[in-house]
Design a protein around this ligand. Sequence first.
Ligand code: PEP
Length: 251
Amino acid sequence: MRKKIIAGNWKMNKTVSEAVDLASAIKRELADCSAVDVVLCPPFTAVKAVSDVVSETLITVGAQNMSSEENGAYTGEISHSMLKELFVRYVILGHSERREYYKETDFWINKKVKKALEKNLRPILCVGEKLEDREAGNTEKVVEVQVREGLKDVPADAYTELVIAYEPVWAIGTGKTATSEQAQEVHAFIRGIIKDMVGKEAADAVRIQYGGSMKPDNAAELLAQPDIDGGLIGGAALDAKSFAAIVKAAM
Ligand code: PEP
């Protein structure tokens, strides 16, 4: 039985005081969320403040990116040790916005995934096809490359720690959700790739979230699919009641 995981990706939204307000409101809404892993991923500047708000709850904190390097002359980067000192448990890696706007490649994403695992941070590896890939019938090809390259050399026993987020790029922030059948099909395909890469036990254990305009009104149907183990939520994560409603749909 895989425990469902709902993560809110706040992207480049919320100042520290706004983040404290949002995290406090989510905490009030989710007094008992033990049935689901709940992760809040604020911008770096608000990580400490959000960690403080949720410190005595089961809600955990994630970051939206991390350097693959230890420390040193990497202007603008944030290392694993900086995150861990702020009680960060998860880190989103390879989000489509980072692939698209900052030209992150599978090679670097893989380095980050391995660094996170080595340092006991749980990567949330994002994969997903663009609209043109889907229309050209290339969804599986694109997703397979991202999964195989992103998880290259990751040992089988790490799959209980890492999370994969399948996020069709055409569904992110667009209001267009993949149907539950479309999402399930790709989730099952991804699980099959993991089985081929590292075996059935790891494939059965790894959690695969769906992301892309997940909202309170479509969450239950998506989350009822056998290979959908949670959600990575963008827009709806910025509203405490909407986010809490999605978490409750996963219970
Ligand atoms: C995301 O960016 O990870 C995401 C899923 O965004 P949204 O929910 O807004 O589509």
